[in-house]
Write a protein that binds this ligand. Structure first.
Ligand code: SF4
Length: 235
């Protein structure tokens, strides 16, 4: 195999095949340029779940698994009237919770997680949502993604980057990560994005994924980062 430096890229040749690998510096510069373009395009990007308190965001995020934010936002007003605090939810009848959240899908599992989460908040945290990643992840139904959503949005704490299906898809299309698992992609993005933008970059990629880089029919011709995207399909 032979290697040849060209601009910010390393070209590797083996037999007749050629693979082009971007240098670390070039990748960082491209990531910064993508971030700047998306910030300019979506100056209001934010979490699209409706919430007023950390408890409400935590519950809404649990409900958003395998469900759209729009659907969750239709359900949560009634949910928060019925179960306005962790203490109320902790003693709720599971069937009542299931009835309220039914349309979000997987409602039996979600009801179990929500009640378990509320009971853990009451028993271990005085009914408050903790601000620490480890404590959040020990709550029933709460993984790293949900914990990142709560920390980054309800508390303004940048412990990590929320990686959902949109972030996974866009990070790979933009070649900001070539990894497969959310944990690996999160680590790659954390190495490329300044810490103060960790919550924002997730919103930007999600907004772009919903509006322009739509799964299976990306609108590359209308995309503000097409010049920076190795996957762009332009006429
Ligand atoms: S250029 Fe196309 S594939 Fe790349 S981010 Fe934009 S819409 Fe997605």
């Amino acid at each position: 195999m032979t290697e040849r430096r060209k601009g910010g890229r390393t070209e590797r040749r083996k037999g007749g095949s050629r693979a082009v690998r971007e240098s670390r510096e070039a990748l960082r510069a491209r990531a910064a340029a993508i971030l700047a373009e998306l910030k300019a395009e979506y100056p209001d990007a934010h979490c699209e779940l409706d919430y007023r308190t950390p408890y409400e965001l935590l519950a809404a995020t649990i409900l958003s698994a395998q469900c759209t934010d729009v659907r969750v936002n239709l359900v949560t007003p009634a949910f928060f009237v019925c179960f306005p605090s962790p203490r109320m939810l902790a003693v709720a009848d599971r069937a009542d919770v299931e009835t309220v959240i039914r349309s979000t899908g997987f409602f039996r599992n979600k009801a179990k997680s929500l009640i378990g989460m509320a009971q853990a908040l009451v028993e271990r945290h005085g009914g408050e949502v903790p601000r620490e990643m480890d404590a959040l992840r020990r709550l029933p139904g709460v993984g790293r993604k949900t914990a990142n959503v709560v920390l980054g949005n309800a508390y303004g704490v940048n412990e990590g980057i929320t990686v959902d299906t949109h972030v996974t898809r866009l990070a790979r299309l933009l070649k900001l990560s070539r990894r497969k698992t959310p944990e690996q992609i999160e680590r790659d993005l954390m190495a490329l994005v300044p810490r103060e933008d960790w919550a924002l970059v997730s919103h930007l990629l999600i907004w772009h994924g919903r509006r322009v880089c739509i799964a299976r029919r990306p609108r590359c011709g209308s995309c503000v980062v097409s010049a920076l995207c190795p996957s762009a399909k332009l006429p």
